[in-house]
Design a protein around this ligand. Structure first.
Ligand SMILES: C[S@@+](CC[C@H](N)C(=O)[O-])C[C@H]1O[C@@H](n2cnc3c(N)ncnc32)[C@H](O)[C@@H]1O
Ligand SMILES: O=S(=O)(c1ccc2c(c1)CN[C@@H](CF)C2)N1CCSCC1
Length: 276
């Protein structure tokens, strides 16, 4: 059999095409499609949003994941993925490819009146963490820790360019790598690139879409490389990670409303192994 390898120029042009497709990405439409009712349902712990928040809260509740800095890879216009992290790091760095998303995050940090209302998520996380924390306290705490909102390109060997002084103690990334990679090889290379941002023995919490091929964000229709559990595990192992925990959520048919064709969601707690 022949092994299909892509020429560097072909790989670059398909990555360029992804970047071009993101120019039409509409943050508000994206938030509407994925983070507002009816899809964003908190009515049962079995719903996908409570499941995601519980995965993150339980990982941080182990006490194993802490340090000075945490970087969120491909934050987009969302902050839910950082709510359980903010008690465990001095500084949280959000990143995204698009200025429109970085500006949405800045608006939230500034507490601007028409910024997205994350209070249902903050209230839910305070409840499941069970520390008696008031939601406005957690909201202000996260705002205080989100001190840098940086441009990133996971397809670059140095995704943050020269902006990063030293590798982070932990990484978080949600629905980014598979949503910006034209194929599995690019997905693995993007993971290799972002791994350079993480200290050896650093922890990586990764959430993503299983077997998704597209999603909508306003005028933009974005291609997604369909990945299976095995693909994600293989990519992590190839990049020197030990997998502490891997969980999957099967998307109920009722949540398939046309804004994407996601089949499920994965959560991974992985740790970068030191080079021998
Ligand atoms: C599906 S959204 C995920 C947003 C958010 N993390 C969440 O959980 O909903 C994918 C994000 O990846 C960003 N992105 C696009 N191309 C990228 C690239 N080359 N490197 C890093 N991020 C990129 C997009 O701007 C978008 O915000
Ligand atoms: O948290 S989710 O599982 C979720 C949240 C975000 C996304 C997806 C899924 C799938 N498409 C991604 C595109 F990359 C973005 N969820 C989907 C069901 S309704 C609430 C939001």
């Amino acid at each position: 059999f022949t092994v299909k390898t892509q020429s560097p120029s072909a790989a670059m042009s398909s990555i360029a095409a992804v970047g071009e497709s993101y120019q039409k990405f509409n943050p508000r439409a994206y938030l509407q499609n994925n983070y507002m009712p009816p899809r964003a349902d908190f009515s049962s712990e079995d719903c996908v949003v409570p499941w995601k928040l519980r995965c993150l809260a339980e990982a941080f509740a182990t006490g194993d994941i802490h340090g000075r800095t945490l970087i969120d890879i491909g934050s987009g216009p969302t902050i839910y993925q950082l709510l359980s992290a903010c008690d465990h790091f001095e500084e949280i760095i959000a990143t995204d490819y698009l200025e429109v998303n970085r500006e949405v995050l800045r608006q939230w940090v500034r507490g601007e009146p028409d910024s997205f209302d994350w209070s249902p998520y903050i209230k839910h996380v305070c409840r499941i963490e069970g520390k008696g924390e008031q939601w406005k306290e957690k909201e202000q705490k996260l705002r205080g820790k989100l001190r840098q909102i940086l441009p990133i390109d996971v397809h670059q060997p140095e995704p943050l360019g020269s902006q990063l002084c030293q590798p982070a103690d932990a990484l978080v990334s949600t629905f980014c790598l598979e949503a910006v990679s034209p194929d599995r090889l690019s997905f693995e290379r993007a993971l290799r690139n972002v791994t350079t941002l993480l200290q050896p023995r650093g922890h990586f919490l990764l959430i993503g879409a299983l077997e998704e091929s597209f999603y909508l964000a306003g005028e933009a229709k974005l291609s997604v490389v369909p990945v299976s559990e095995a693909d994600v595990k293989e990519a992590l192992s190839k990049n020197g990670y030990h997998i502490h925990d891997f969980r999957s959520y099967l998307m109920p048919p009722s949540l398939k409303i046309g804004v994407d064709d996601v089949s499920g969601v994965f959560f991974v707690h992985a740790q970068k192994q030191p080079v021998a």
